[in-house]
Design a protein around this ligand. Structure first.
Ligand code: SAM
Length: 223
């Protein structure tokens, strides 16, 4: 039966992909990709020649209905994002919702995502946690930080290297300078780095050493 597959792809190391993900990418009629050039690198590496179509934040509202029509007419389609799990701070949610409205089966494969290795590596409690993704850059940012000050679960954030120090300083203001945290940079890549310490220590560390690459911040919950 035709369906939509959501297929996680590596967050850095091309070998972090499951046998089943490769099987599905090689057997579907069409792969929807956030960036077709990025997807091609992965597909070429694994000699997969399935047709690609672009599906990103700026065209997904327009394209979801036609994607659903294709599946309803018998095609099986896979969605991939640039890295990690589609739908996690990446396009995916709207397509899943629309497929479900049309009673199209949706299957999400388990696989790479940046938040889980960062959380487990942090050494902070991971029995309960909340994923906050990217904080709003301006509007609503302060309100979100104020509401998170009383959060007791470990918190996971995505951040860009350009904003890391500012964000750590804001966390210190809202959560307290001694709150424990961890910064994971370039997970699964050659220069992977996991630095743990108080928010003050981390903001001083990255003030002295300008961060590069992709970053996850994990912050202990309030006691
Ligand atoms: N869908 C992805 C996932 O499942 O993790 C997230 C996509 S989001 C657009 C990209 C953000 O994820 C980056 O800015 C960074 O915060 C985080 N990220 C992705 N790859 C990473 C890596 N290798 N190391 C650390 N953080 C990473």
């Amino acid at each position: 039966m035709s369906k939509l597959y959501l297929v996680p792809t590596p967050i850095g190391n091309l070998r972090d992909i499951t046998f089943r993900a490769l099987e599905i990418l090689g057997s579907v009629n069409l792969i929807l990709a956030e960036d077709t050039r990025q997807a091609k690198k992965l597909l070429n590496h694994y000699n997969i020649s399935t047709p690609l179509q672009s599906h990103h934040l700026f065209n997904e509202h327009k394209s979801v209905e036609s994607v659903c029509s294709k599946i309803l007419s018998g095609q099986t389609i896979a969605l991939v994002s640039d890295a990690g799990t589609p739908g996690i701070s990446d396009p995916g949610f709207l397509l899943v919702r629309t497929c479900l409205e049309h009673e199209i089966p949706v299957e999400t494969l388990p696989g790479p995502t940046a938040l889980i290795p960062a959380l487990v590596n942090s050494g902070l409690p991971c029995d309960r946690f909340c994923f906050e993704g990217f904080l709003p850059p301006k509007k609503g940012r302060n309100k979100r930080l104020t509401s998170l000050a009383s959060e007791t679960r470990t918190m996971v954030f995505y951040e860009s290297p350009y904003r890391l120090v500012k964000t750590l300083q804001e966390f210190a203001l809202h959560f307290g300078p001694e709150r424990e945290a961890s910064v994971s940079r370039e997970l699964t890549k050659i220069f992977e780095e996991n630095i743990r310490g108080s928010l003050t220590f981390l903001s001083e560390y990255y003030t002295a050493k300008t961060p590069k690459g992709e970053i996850v911040i994990v912050v202990a919950g309030s006691k």
